[in-house]
Design a protein around this ligand. Structure first.
Ligand SMILES: *[C@@H]1O[C@H](CO)[C@@H](O)[C@H](O)[C@H]1NC(C)=O
Ligand SMILES: *[C@@H]1O[C@H](CO)[C@@H](O)[C@H](O)[C@H]1NC(C)=O
Length: 363
């Protein structure tokens, strides 16, 4: 699945110019269409490497993780925009990767060149704050409830971010989709635009464990449907509760779904936020949530008492062991089809593909 060492050097020198367009197009088709079984693992690897100009190697080697991000200085919020070397390098890699991949001819270059469905999805995921002049594209399972809390505090709808209430995901929030085209155009041009991303498989697992493990409405709506479709002999069973969907069944379901029509909790981040059509000023990581969130708050000029909420006490992290357990438990065939479906999230946001070689999975 993953490249052997010497392949890096070889393919890196091919560069983003020659040959990558064709591969890129076919990968695009694969990742947005229903049939993705024919894709070659080497193509995926190639794509990821081309996208990041070899800098992924640094991430893989843990060089970026090794660099300490200093904690913000002082307790007030001076305009201290220094976020540490690691964060800056990652931003630069992301910038360069997105620039390279988005400059391909077949990629959208503005919100208005998206299809109506793509545009609708995007505009419904962008939250507006006119006072501090920013746009935030929210991605479910990437701390979006906490960001919504922050937005509500900034607009005065909530007293402080730690108020113990269940988050209402609609009320007191302004979505870009509720504005007129000229209002949308103005804000896209002049406001600070940001979003947060997360390792794609971690996000997927988080959605799977939360929705199918805990939320009855999802078990009824999606769980029952998945079991009817994919569990032998259950197609006509009326008594299905949908509360025991296996990860393999969930993945089979994902493979048959069109990425543009998926539920937002498992729709690829690419399709939610369209990073080629919108030029985001900042793409933060769930992996550096505290420092990246603090950076954004400084950047938009939020008052010092507005801080990003602590992780909830019920927060269940998706650990490396969890990922290993679920991914290695999948049949290789499903895994080979699943990664292409999320390939743009891996490559645009510079996450290395998970190591799912049999050697690795045996541990
Ligand atoms: C990345 O690109 C954005 C938008 O073009 C820019 O505002 C930002 O400063 C860039 N960040 C880095 C680290 O180059
Ligand atoms: C994957 O894991 C195996 C076993 O731990 C290791 O030998 C191999 O080098 C890893 N591959 C990559 C590309 O990291």
């Amino acid at each position: 699945m993953l490249p052997r060492r010497q392949e890096y050097g070889m393919k890196r020198s091919g560069g983003a110019r020659s040959g990558s367009v064709i591969n890129f197009r076919s990968a695009m088709k694969l990742s947005s269409g229903r049939r993705s079984s024919a894709v070659l693992p080497s193509l995926l690897t190639f794509l990821v490497i081309v996208a990041s100009g070899g800098l992924l190697l640094m991430i893989e080697k843990g060089m970026l993780n090794g660099m300490e991000t200093p904690s913000p200085r002082g307790n007030g919020r001076q305009l201290d925009l220094h976020r540490g070397q690691a964060g800056d390098i990652l931003q630069e890699i992301r910038n360069r990767t997105i620039k390279t991949m988005c400059s391909q001819k077949n990629m959208p270059h503005s919100v208005w060149s998206l299809s109506p469905l793509q545009r609708k999805t995007l505009l419904q995921h962008v939250l507006v704050n006119d006072e501090y002049r920013f746009l935030y594209c929210y991605v479910p399972k990437v701390a979006c409830s906490n960001w919504k809390r922050v937005l509500k505090v900034l607009s005065g709808a909530l007293e402080n971010v730690d108020v113990n209430i269940k988050m209402d995901h609609r009320s007191n929030l302004v979505f870009l989709s509720s504005l007129k085209p000229e209002e949308i155009r103005y804000r896209l041009k002049h406001y600070f635009k940001f979003m947060f991303v997360r390792e794609p498989m971690e996000r997927l697992l988080s959605a799977y464990r939360n929705k199918f493990g805990e939320i009855e409405s999802y078990q009824k709506k999606y769980g029952a449907e998945i079991i009817k479709r994919y569990r032998k002999g259950r197609a006509k069973d009326a008594a299905i509760t949908g509360d025991d969907v296996t990860f393999a069944e969930f993945v089979r379901y994902l493979l048959d779904e069109d990425v543009e029509r998926m539920n937002e909790h498992w729709m690829p981040i690419y399709n939610l936020c369209q990073p080629c059509a919108v030029s985001y000023d900042f793409i933060g990581s769930y992996e550096h949530l505290e420092s990246d969130a603090e950076f954004v708050l400084q950047r938009v000029g939020a008052p010092p008492h507005v801080h990003f909420p602590e992780r909830q006490t019920w927060y269940k992290p998706v650990t490396t062991e969890t990922i290993h357990y679920y991914l290695c438990g999948l049949p290789q065939k499903l895994l080979r089809e699943l990664l292409p479906k999320y390939i743009l999230d891996f490559s645009l946001f510079t996450y290395p593909l998970p190591n799912t070689t049999t050697a690795h999975c045996r541990h």
